[in-house]
Write a protein that binds this ligand. Structure first.
Ligand code: DC
Length: 227
């Protein structure tokens, strides 16, 4: 790991949908006493706001306008809580309707520009674990440690399906898999900051690994010298 003070530690965790990024990132942040920044939640908040304002998601100009004016806050006093223009959207942004809409919104350059600015400001608070699609490649290119988490489509779909069922939502595994596949396609093929692993990222295939095992591997990597 690059030699940095603990408070300046920046861990970037990227990867496709359902790879376990947020679960793992949250635990790593807790154990290392760092801030956790869920950048996907920010894109979800924009998609939520655009849909709430009945904006056609294909209308890049209007969606970008929303992104410029909306106030998105990740509440670190209550981990995981997301506010959008004063509304607590923590739960609603996880709905399948938002999951299907968000990749369209995330492909717009001005939406990304606004959110990347907010994300970099989050990183100025001190040490962070930030998860997303372009953290190691674009948001925090100087991150102390870059992880690219991945797993087979089947495993990722199962994990996302279990989360939805646990949250009391109606979900069909095959549909969840199809949605994830479509989202991966859009995220990897978009022109601006597509999903890809940074050249200096460590690729961790989490298929068959428990959350504890993955967290343990990442924490061990932060303790390695000379990277
Ligand atoms: O990680 P997630 O499923 O909550 O992300 C929601 C969407 O936001 C996902 O389809 C890709 C997009 N996203 C992105 O483009 N860049 C990020 N840094 C984080 C998420």
């Amino acid at each position: 790991m690059k030699q940095k003070q603990q408070q300046a530690l920046q861990i970037a965790i990227d990867g496709p949908a359902g790879a376990g990024k947020s679960t793992v990132a949250k635990l790593v942040a807790e154990q290392l006493h760092l801030f956790y920044v869920d950048t996907g939640a920010m894109y979800r908040a924009i998609a939520y706001k655009a849909l709430k304002c009945k904006i056609d998601l294909a209308d890049e100009l209007n969606v970008s306008q929303i992104a410029k004016n909306v106030e998105v806050v990740l509440d670190h006093s209550e981990a995981g809580t997301v506010w959008c223009d004063g509304e607590n959207v923590t739960q609603v942004i996880r709905n399948p309707e938002i999951s299907r809409a968000v990749s369209t919104v995330a492909a717009y350059a001005e939406v990304r520009e606004r959110l990347v600015g907010l994300q970099r400001r989050e990183a100025e608070r001190g040490g962070v674990v930030m998860d997303g699609r372009d953290i190691g490649t674009h948001v925090l290119p100087e991150a102390s440690l870059k992880i690219f988490l991945t797993a087979t489509l089947q495993e990722r779909a199962k994990r996302r399906w279990r989360e939805l069922v646990k949250a009391g939502k109606n979900a069909i595994l095959e549909e969840v898999a199809k949605d994830i596949q479509e989202r991966d396609r859009q995220d990897t093929q978009r022109a601006v900051s597509p999903l890809e692993s940074a050249q200096d990222a460590i690729i961790l295939d989490t298929t068959g690994l428990s959350v504890e095992e993955i967290v343990g591997k990442i924490i061990a990597l932060t303790q390695e010298d000379g990277r």
